[in-house]
Design a protein around this ligand. Sequence first.
Ligand code: GLP
Length: 255
Amino acid sequence: MTFPALDRRSVIPLYYQIQQCLLGQIRSGTLKAGEPVLSEQEIATRLGVSRMTARQALKSLCDLGITYSQRGKGTFVSAAKLEKNIRQVLSFTEEMTARDLQPRSKVLSFETAPANGEIAAALQIAPGESVFKLRRIRLADSTPMGIECSYIAQHLCPDLLTTFDPSGSLYQALFERYRIQMAVADEVVEAALAKTEEARLLHIPKGSPVFLFTRTSCVQSGQPVEYVKSTYRGDRYKIAHRLTRLSRELLTLGK
Ligand code: GLP
């Protein structure tokens, strides 16, 4: 891998020049997703900079989500972010399959529990009524993408615990066994930093940016079926919308 000479008289900091150079190699495809980036020591030796400068350059790429570091193994190029489809009610399985990725789940827990006030309000049931609680890590191929914790009122699908294999597709099971098909969803997206447990489960450093999704999914009649809280990796997802502008007449209406 070749590096252009650093301009040591420039006002542009050396770490930034190195960062831009590595970025150029990633953008041009010289360095591909999953491949290792030069180590701190290698950058320092090859470019004649201090280890601190090399570290700063590597850290700045990690902070941007362009690379990620694995303790004891080195720094690697991140895969391109997936665009989260927030215009359609899709299952994780459908989203991954559409991208030619293998959807997988690691089940953390699958049990019944009494609904607390928040869950009961979302599902329009009485507090204390029994709900299924399903907590899973969702993976694309072998990469953990997010953690989802779903709540479903038990009366809608009483034997789910025994009929559903929680490592499979929940939406598919709900449809095939109970003819429940999600049609609309209300979703709120917030930014947050990964807490200790989330970071461990998602293989990201504690404090990394994550998206928090809170979604209530309903069937066509408007009956809520699933209340779910999800934590998705900020370095693996981006959110894209299509915005439309009202005509000038409509914008000024009522002024
Ligand atoms: C999406 C939704 C979740 C839902 C899941 C079902 O990820 N945000 O609310 O539980 O899909 O996915 P699957 O059918 O693959 O289990």
